[in-house]
Design a protein around this ligand. Structure first.
Ligand code: PLP
Length: 402
């Protein structure tokens, strides 16, 4: 990666057309298994004495191309592809922990990651603490002898709080605890946690990496040693592997990642400005908004603010739902990072699994709306939002309650 720029590597790294009959686009190796020329060759492949493919759960050439590319883009040594972001999250957390361990998490996590951690606590007594990670002292106070990893999302879904990754990595290093970062909301074009001293990066590739809303997939990037351990245990034996066709869709999506991220971010900045000036909007959360308390951290570690915005509207749950129902071409859907602008209500959708008291602590109220700016003209996105906001009727008595 070192010499060529990101925009070039995203198109080329990890693939050589000369090795594939000149095919410009990477072939899809749609095969479950690989034949051996002899019994002895099969024996050597299984013993790891000869390089080569064996069976697609253990490795596939199309998936390998994608793994090499994303490893280079995140500036990591190696990578693995998974059937979903949650398959990558679960394979990582299970590989890093044993019964009775402790995990230190950011306050505010993807809903299903929170669900997985709750299950691990119930079944294996692996306890988790959720903290804001706003100071070194707070992290030091919460680390225990049995803390096996620090798990961070930034920007945090859906409140857009930002955590200083360089600071977290510095403290974790003193205790030799690995830092795992879910980098889904930024993509490697906007933020590279490994460059900031973190150890492991996870992506829901379903989002910005795929970029077209047509694939569910996950990626894991880190040191060669950790990646091989996961490959031989929680990937091979748990089995959430990526399909060759999904790897191909992601290779295709990745080529336009820098262009898409620039556009998503530019549109989000424009929409944020408009939302902040609208009387029916009480709060707007966006990492690159100068009024965001974490703005300086965001600027330090992110190239741009990405396309996700959260905001609070006046009223309660009823008004939030009415607002979504009145949108004309903007779509009500969970997920993010697609060409289409999609918008949702975290309290009843993505974060409905999180108990209400914890939701409140995470800053997810009943009037919070999350939107992922697509690639449409920002003026059209805003005019749809505006007409719907203008239509909501907020009765005085419901202004502050639910
Ligand atoms: C979507 C998402 C996940 C889960 O990914 P899937 O591909 O849906 O399994 C994990 N983390 C974050 C931040 C996400 O947005």
């Amino acid at each position: 990666m070192k010499e060529r720029r990101f925009e070039t590597e995203v198109v080329h790294v990890g693939y050589d057309s000369k090795e594939h009959l000149g095919s410009l686009s990477s072939p899809i190796f749609q095969t479950s298994t690989f034949t051996f020329e002899s019994a002895e060759q099969g024996e050597k492949r299984f013993a790891g004495e000869e390089a080569g493919f064996v069976y697609s759960r253990l490795g596939n050439p199309t998936v390998s191309t994608l793994q090499d590319r994303i490893a280079a883009l995140e500036n990591g040594e190696a990578a693995l592809g998974f059937s979903s972001g949650m398959a990558a999250v679960s394979a990582t957390l299970i590989a890093l922990t044993k019964a009775h361990d402790h995990i230190l998490c950011s306050q505010g996590l993807y809903g299903c990651t929170f669900g997985l951690l709750s299950m691990m606590e119930d079944k294996y007594d692996i306890q988790s603490d959720y903290i804001s990670m706003e100071s070194e002292e707070q992290i030091r106070e919460t680390i225990r002898p049995e803390t096996s990893c620090i798990y961070v999302e930034t920007p945090i879904n859906p409140t857009m709080k930002v955590i200083d990754l360089e600071m977290v990595a510095r403290v974790a290093k003193e205790y030799e605890i690995p830092v795992v970062v879910d980098n889904t909301f930024s993509s490697p074009y906007l933020q590279r946690p490994l460059d900031l001293g973190c150890d492991i990066v996870i992506h829901s590739a379903t989002k910005y990496i795929g970029g077209h809303g047509d694939v569910v997939a996950g990626l894991l990037i880190g040191k060669e040693e950790f990646i091989s351990e996961v490959a031989m245990t929680t990937q091979k034996d748990v089995g959430g592997v990526m399909s060759p066709f999904d790897a191909w869709l992601l290779l295709r999506g990745l080529k336009t990642l820098p262009i898409r991220m620039e556009r998503h971010s530019e549109t989000a900045e424009k929409v944020v400005e408009q939302l902040k000036a609208h009387p029916k909007v009480t709060q707007v959360y966006y990492p690159f908004d100068p009024d965001n308390p974490d703005y300086h951290i965001a600027k330090k570690q992110m190239r741009l603010g990405a396309g996700v915005i959260s905001f609070e509207i006046r009223g309660g749950k009823k008004e939030a739902q009415e607002f979504l129902n009145r949108l004309s071409f903007l779509k009500i859907a969970v997920s993010l990072g697609d060409a289409e602008t999609i918008i949702q209500h975290p309290a009843t959708m993505t974060h409905a699994v999180v108990p209400e008291d914890r939701r409140e602590k995470m800053g997810i109220s009943n009037t919070l709306i999350r939107m992922s700016c697509g690639l449409e003209a920002w003026e059209d996105i805003w005019s749809d939002l505006e007409q719907s906001l203008n239509h909501i009727n907020v009765a005085e008595t419901t202004m502050t309650q639910d």
